[in-house]
Design a protein around this ligand. Sequence first.
Ligand SMILES: [Mg+2]
Ligand SMILES: [Zn+2]
Length: 201
Amino acid sequence: MITAEESFCWTGPFDLRESALTKRFILLDRDGTLIKEQHYLSRPEQVELIPGAAAALRTLREMGWGVILITNQSGLGRGFFSRADLDHIHLRLMALLREENASLDGIYFCPHLPEEGCNCRKPLLGLVYQAVMDHGFDPKGCVVVGDKACDLEMGRRLGGMTCLVRTGYGRNYEESDPHLADYVLDSISELPVLIKNMEAT
Ligand SMILES: [Mg+2]
Ligand SMILES: [Zn+2]
């Protein structure tokens, strides 16, 4: 017999709470996917949304989807920018989205260098586990969107649907392996239509 209290007890990343059965999430890459790729972006003024990105996020929210940013930021570990710089970059990003009535449910970043052997650098799932614990959803129901192989590999590892965008480094990855993702989009602006079609079938 499970008590009411126990039924709300969070026991692990793959446990499903009631919210997990209804709310689904997009796991979005940042650089080259939501904002324009800049080599180790380090200042808030450099943040520029991909055209149509804010409108896409707004539509996805109206469709009932949550949107979470999952981003590798090894520039932090390399000393190219500080934690304060990164916070300012994300505040600027949120402000740009807010101007267009869009927002994110969370931002999760890996600050480590590849050689540090952390468990949160994409394609590893550490950041996704963290997001699952914070928001309570089934990772297998996620749609993962990114411009690099590591984004899509992360999506495959968690059993979600994968979308490669042709912005950022996406075109290069598409040329090197056309079957890298379940779907290829010109940009994130096409995501709501893809998901609408997916939901309709
Ligand atoms: Mg990227
Ligand atoms: Zn990490």
